[in-house]
Write a protein that binds this ligand. Structure first.
Ligand SMILES: *Cc1c(COP(=O)(O)O)cnc(C)c1O
Length: 479
């Protein structure tokens, strides 16, 4: 038996006072409730249960049998760890392991470090300090100095004239399209392999997204396919810098110039990535970024529109704020939106931007380590970095060829999940999605989508974590 168990056990007849003493000494935040004679497990009592009982007015001498507690989650001793770990949730952090007589013989305790997630934010004192400043000063809505500070730090970072903060990356895309006068009857070319928001923003305007295939190496829009998709209705191209690798902007701009098309860069996944020495987001007429919780820089939810065009910038600012005239309050000449970012979100954004170089260095380090550890596993395709590109490896993503690797992508994901390693599949190609289904066959997008998985890439990963993921993949391949 785990020697901790007697120290944190109390009897069904004990009082709240006794429970508090045991919980306090045990330092795990809970106690086990055990039937005195038989030693049979009766449940768990946590710090929170005690607190709720006291608030309800129960005294310290109340028997714990009379206070309500949630049902306990338990498992049989000998259950494989991978199965036990699936029982953990946001509220279940401790699972008593019982023998055949329902006596506790061991404990499974949730260890946050063991579970590796694909991309979680790193929030530190700086974020707390700035957000606290908003709360203490009362500037919690979309007016406030952090919004303009965030826009300034972001435009400086990109080396671009204007940045307008928005409530999401999708809102940023929508504003970019509206500002470019794209609407019903127009067509906008987008890669088929991207997040749904790229196409949805086009649909919001009444225009039609037209899907094209991707390059097999970078997984980004294939410039050669753009040209064949252009019609008399085409107004714009939205290249996406997928998973942090820039799209081939030189070729895309050349085509756009030749056909007189606008370019809106979806850089939601590629803050800081570079294409021939220039930052992504700055090549097209407009660039957009997302600050969703799993992105390189986060504000919880949030986005940014960037442009060097003074007129477009002013239009976007007005559209973002209900279409309100900039010189006359409550005067509206255009249909606008409320797509503003709050000061609290911008406070997070400023703190995050102050360490973006560190974040990107770590992403790069994680990428190098994965590539080192995953070399030479048959059936895996590792991400590339083209000569002209600086990829930021937002999330490290690989392709799994079932024939050479031995099992399918989905099976690999399932097995990694048993090892407490979270992964995510690539997006489904947009031309195969129920809302956008076309008769197209876009072979590269379809293959890459079905083979792709993204591995844990959070900034807080250690080399040992990366090694653990790589070794799990190797072990799975070998079985
Ligand atoms: C995240 C993302 C978006 C949308 O951003 P939100 O902030 O979630 O609205 C758009 N495009 C791509 C490629 C994304 O990854």
């Amino acid at each position: 038996m785990n020697e901790l168990i007697p120290k944190i056990s109390i009897s069904v007849n004990d009082t709240i006072r006794k429970a508090m003493q045991v919980i306090d000494q045990g330092e795990l935040g809970f106690a086990l409730i055990i039937e005195t004679e038989t030693k049979v497990f009766k449940g768990v009592i946590t710090d929170g249960d005690v607190r709720r009982a006291l608030i309800k007015g129960y005294g310290l001498e109340t028997s714990i049998s009379s206070i309500s507690r949630p049902e306990s989650v338990t498992a049989r001793i000998g259950t494989p760890i991978s199965e036990v770990s699936r029982l953990f949730s946001d509220i279940v952090r401790i699972i008593p392991l019982l023998d055949d007589n329902n006596r506790v013989v061991d404990l499974a305790i949730f260890d946050k470090r063991f579970h590796l997630s694909v991309a979680e934010p790193t929030l530190t004192d700086k974020e707390l300090q700035y957000v606290t400043e908003c709360v203490l000063t009362g500037w919690v809505s979309s007016a406030g100095e952090f919004v303009s500070r965030f826009e300034k730090i972001f435009s400086d970072y990109c080396g671009i004239k204007h940045a307008v903060a928005t409530s999401s990356g999708t809102a940023a895309l929508h504003l970019a399209l509206v500002a470019c006068n794209i609407g019903p009857g127009d067509e906008v070319i987008v890669p088929s392999l991207t997040f749904i928001a790229t196409a949805n923003a086009v649909s919001y305007t009444g225009a039609k997204p037209v899907f094209v295939d991707i390059e097999s190496e970078t997984w980004n829009i294939d410039p050669e396919c753009i040209e064949t998709a252009i019609t008399s209705k085409t107004k714009a191209i939205i290249p996406v810098h997928l998973y942090g690798h820039p799209a081939n902007m030189q070729s895309i701009l050349e085509i756009a110039n030749r056909f007189g098309l606008l370019v809106i860069e979806d850089a939601a996944e590629a803050h800081g990535a570079m294409c021939r020495g220039g930052k992504v987001g700055t090549f097209g007429n407009i660039g957009i970024f997302s600050f969703y919780g799993n992105k390189i820089v986060t504000t919880g939810e949030g986005g940014m529109v960037v442009t060097n065009d003074d007129e477009l910038a002013e239009k976007i600012r007005i559209l973002c704020n209900h279409g309100m005239d900039k010189d006359r309050r409550y005067w509206h000449q255009v249909l606008g939106y409320n797509y503003r970012l709050t000061n609290v979100q911008a406070a997070l954004g400023v703190a995050q931007m102050e360490k973006i170089d560190e974040i990107l260095q770590k992403k790069c380090f994680i990428g190098r380590k994965y590539t080192e550890f995953l070399q030479n596993i048959p059936g895996l395709t590792l991400p590339v970095e083209k000569k002209w590109a600086k990829s930021v490896l937002w999330i490290y993503s690989i392709l799994v060829d079932e024939k050479k690797f031995g099992i399918t992508r989905d099976k690999l994901m399932e097995k990694l999940s048993d090892h407490d390693i979270e992964t995510r599949p690539f997006f489904y190609p947009l031309h195969t999605q129920p809302i956008y289904k076309t008769a197209q066959k876009l072979a590269v997008a379809e293959r890459v989508s079905s083979q792709g998985i993204s591995l844990p890439s959070s900034v807080n990963l250690s080399v040992d974590d990366i090694k653990r993921v790589a070794e799990s993949i190797k072990a799975i391949a070998d079985t």
